[in-house]
Design a protein around this ligand. Structure first.
Ligand SMILES: Nc1ncnc2c1ncn2[C@@H]1O[C@H](COP(=O)(O)OP(=O)(O)OP(=O)(O)O)[C@@H](O)[C@H]1O
Ligand SMILES: [Mg+2]
Length: 273
């Protein structure tokens, strides 16, 4: 368990003890929920810093990223986002999940994070979620969306995990059901946001397919890792997408979790529609 995870657990235990002391009557539903979240906090990935340590400078960087991206999104009336990168391991899932939490910190917002990386799903790991079914089962028509949505620590943030491994992710993602799912989320109106985590652009067609369905694409680039010609190649493959911004991840080059520095840049109009 992370240090932050155990600190959160201590706080929860302290709160429970205080309730016992002052003799407040217990609500079984609330207790169940609190137990669920306290177990989840232990399991949360340390990278989910916006939830585990919202006052940290890193979380502040995410808030600043959100402000810039949302400003751009509001101007262009965009509420559905794809988070992708050119190659693996650049920080897509970390960015998607922290951005989701940051958006959901506004109680007037509701947020859905979809794990669109059916090949190596990991959104569930970020939130400490144990699940079996998700997007794959939805796209196959085997389950309703509502039955697959997993609640998180925040009342207004839900996760749709990837689902059981399957042999044809690109085919499923290219189906009209996927396009309709995104359209339905879009139709939920002002204050509702959809964030889709995805595999890298170069290795599969999955992100390219999804980039045509969403309002905007956020490209994550790991500083000093991805060669510029690879980034340019990746961007050229997204030529039909609206690139909203580029997140330059880990520009400090220092590994520990609390050393992230994020940056963003706009002006990729030549790659946009
Ligand atoms: N800024 C950062 N500083 C240090 N470590 C980071 C940073 N961002 C992400 N990581 C770590 O790098 C690894 C990859 O991050 P993440 O899973 O978010 O990338 P990804 O692009 O989603 O990877 P994949 O392509 O495999 O899905 C993880 O172990 C994560 O903890
Ligand atoms: Mg990932």
């Amino acid at each position: 368990m992370s240090k932050i995870g155990s600190a959160l657990k201590k706080v929860l235990k302290f709160k429970e003890a205080e309730i016992e002391k002052i003799g407040v009557s217990r609500d079984p539903e609330k207790e169940k929920k609190s137990k669920f979240f306290s177990e989840m906090s232990e399991e949360c990935n340390e990278c989910l810093v916006t939830l585990l340590d919202p006052r940290s400078p890193v979380a502040e960087q995410y808030r600043s990223l959100k402000t810039h991206l949302m400003g751009e999104a509001e101007t262009r009336l965009i509420s559905t986002f794809l988070v992708t990168s050119t190659i693996r391991g650049e920080g897509k899932t970390t960015t998607a999940c922290n951005l989701g939490v940051t958006l959901a910190n506004n109680p007037q917002h509701s947020v859905l994070i979809i794990d669109g990386d059916m090949r190596i799903p990991s959104v569930h790991k970020m939130f400490g979620i144990k699940y079996e079914k998700g997007l794959i089962e939805y796209l196959r028509g085997e389950a309703d969306l509502d039955s697959l949505l997993v609640p998180t620590h925040l009342d207004n943030l839900f996760v749709l995990p990837a689902g059981e491994p399957c042999s044809n992710p690109s085919e499923l993602l290219a189906s009209p059901r996927m396009r309709d799912l995104i359209k339905n989320e879009e139709a939920k109106g002002k204050g509702h946001y959809l964030i889709i985590d995805s595999p890298p652009i170069i290795s599969t067609t999955d992100s390219r397919i999804l980039s045509g369905y969403v309002g905007g694409v956020i490209l994550v680039v790991q500083s000093r890792k991805t060669p510029i010609d690879i980034i340019n190649h990746g961007l050229s493959l997204l030529k039909n997408a609206q690139i909203l911004g580029v997140v330059l991840n880990n520009i400090s080059g220092i590994s520990p979790y609390y050393s992230y520095i994020y940056s963003y840049a706009y002006g990729y109009a030549e790659y946009s529609k």
